[in-house]
Design a protein around this ligand. Structure first.
Ligand SMILES: [Zn+2]
Length: 198
């Protein structure tokens, strides 16, 4: 599938307005240690960085992120200094990755999630154990980013299976896209998880 077709497939499946094709740049140096593709936003707009332009398979996830951003993703919560805000920021990212993964499954159904390696970290975030969290992060500042990907992909897989089984996609997608139904990211995460694991 060519990039345009991947983008249009995702937009129409998620029932969102078509967007302008973002720039796609091959940049293995930027992506070292991050992954195969990523979205960056600067004054020139949105760009997808990709490790290898001949391998387009992870464009599906990045296009979903862009469609999510353009159609009005919630305000990013950036504070790290307070457990409650931190938890919401963390779960905002979990939801973004869950949708990204879900979008990628539409184009690439054979994709499988990565194993969650840091259940302890997840529990500490949910319980707002701030001191314990700081211990977790010692010497590994990238741990939270990796963990919200793991949890988000896992949720995305559960959502995919639930929607395949029930055909009931609207209520969950409307929580994942746009304003999250006015609820905080952690509440939305719990609500969706409950729904899809019932
Ligand atoms: Zn992603």
């Amino acid at each position: 599938m060519n990039p345009k077709k991947i983008l249009r497939t995702i937009e129409s499946y998620l029932n969102l307005k078509p967007i302008k094709m973002p720039k796609i740049e091959e940049d293995p140096k930027y992506l070292r240690g991050i992954g195969t593709a990523a979205v960056i936003q600067d004054e020139t707009g949105l760009t997808i960085k990709i490790k290898d332009k001949s391998k387009l398979e992870r464009l599906d996830e990045e296009f979903t992120h862009i469609v999510d951003i353009v159609s009005g993703t919630p305000t990013r919560i950036l504070e790290y200094d307070c457990p409650v805000k931190y938890r919401n920021r963390f779960y905002d990212n979990v939801l973004i990755e869950a949708l990204g993964y879900y979008g990628s499954k539409i184009v690439t159904p054979r994709r499988t999630p990565i194993r969650i390696k840091h259940e302890g970290l997840k529990e500490s975030i949910e319980r707002k154990e701030w001191k314990k969290l700081k211990d977790f992060y010692q010497g590994d500042l990238d741990l939270d980013r990796r963990t919200w990907h793991e949890i988000g992909y896992d949720l995305g897989e559960k959502i995919y299976r639930y929607i395949q089984k029930t055909g009931n996609k609207e209520p969950i997608l409307s929580l994942l896209i746009k304003n999250r139904g006015g609820k905080k990211p952690f509440e939305v995460y719990k609500k969706i998880l409950k729904q899809v694991t019932k």
